[in-house]
Design a protein. Structure first.
Length: 332
């Protein structure tokens, strides 16, 4: 088995020699408790070769265990058919033809996904709903373990990995342009934890569908790190939260207190909330968030109030004015 994997890798462990991309993984010291193949500061080739070394070592251990059981065929078969053997063999087969760039892309995704847990909504979450989102972009370099483990500026005392979602907003779904109207169409054939996903029971809840922003397609597939809620007024001072404030007052809070965040499109909020509900059977946004798009009445499109009736998308004025309305943000 081990000899077979060595041949797949081009013969032997490529971590010997003078090429810096072929250093032994034991000679690489990664910062911040990162393993060498996880360290984004290293060259892609170095990361790939370090991981090849790990896979080879694991397969050598398995091979040695099989040889020690020579004569006990049943035990040998048990080891060869074990999940651990399959895992490392599959990794070796994957490494056979993967480029250094694609390897790094996958390693970054694995590390971030493990850290975020249910707050990671990537291509797998879309596929679980029978939706193909095409080519997936590499995670932004700004999305690091250090960032996700740091304190959340919107929710003091909590970490960003617990208060934010990393969601893939695709350019296409099943080969068709993705837009708010397309998401609404997809939701009409699916059910979440209640009867509806996007509510259209009142006249004002359907008016948004005729606006230009509703049919505007997503320009490119991108990852968005977006808070699951805005700052809680009961936990932060008045100059740090957005509720009970008009648009201009919210903009000042944003500019003064949260410069590392940007405004968010309605589609980004809708995607986050709907995909999270479908994936985790949990509804976010009991209140509204103002989004980037202007509405038909000189205000802003609001998304939220997600209950058993569904997610509300309001292009008109929300009935209770500014009260209870937050501001939709995402990390720049």
């Amino acid at each position: 088995m081990f000899e077979g994997i060595k041949r797949l890798f081009g013969g032997g462990n490529a971590s010997t020699g003078n090429n810096p991309a072929q250093e032994s993984p034991d000679s690489l010291t990664a910062p911040a408790n990162l393993k060498p193949w996880e360290d984004p500061t290293r060259a892609p080739e170095v990361r790939l070769e370090a991981y090849k070394g790990l896979v080879l070592e694991e397969l050598k251990k398995i091979d040695a265990a099989v040889l020690r059981l020579e004569g006990d065929v049943d035990k040998q078969i048990e080891i060869k058919d074990s999940p651990n053997t399959k895992r490392w063999w599959d990794e070796g087969m994957w490494l056979k033809g993967v480029s250094a760039e694609d390897f790094c892309k996958e390693m970054d995704r694995r590390m971030i996904r493990e850290l975020l847990g249910k707050n990671f909504l990537g291509a797998e979450a879309w596929r679980s709903q029978g939706i193909d989102v095409g080519e997936v972009p590499r995670l932004p370099a700004s999305i690091t373990k250090e960032l996700l483990e740091s304190e959340c500026p919107l929710h003091p005392g909590e970490k960003i990995k617990d208060t934010h979602l990393l969601v893939l907003v695709p350019k296409t779904v099943n080969g068709e342009p993705y837009s708010p109207l397309k998401l609404d169409e997809l939701c009409s054939t699916r059910k979440g934890s209640g009867d509806k996903l996007i509510y259209d029971g009142f006249y004002w809840a359907t008016s948004w569908k005729g606006e230009d922003w509703a049919s505007t397609p997503q320009a490119q597939s991108e990852w968005v790190l977006i808070p699951k809620s805005d700052p809680d007024p009961s936990k932060v001072s008045a100059d740090k939260h957005f509720r009970s404030k008009g648009i201009s007052a919210q903009e000042k809070v944003h500019e003064d207190r949260y410069p590392e965040y940007r405004e968010v499109k309605a589609l980004e909020v809708m995607t986050m909330v709907v995909l999270y509900d479908l994936t985790n059977k949990e509804r976010l946004l009991p209140d509204y968030l103002r989004c980037e798009e202007p509405n038909a009445f000189g205000g802003r499109v609001c998304v939220g109030y997600f209950n058993a009736l569904g997610l509300k998308v309001r292009d008109g004025n929300v009935a209770y004015g500014v009260y209870g309305i937050g501001r939709a943000l995402a990390r720049k």
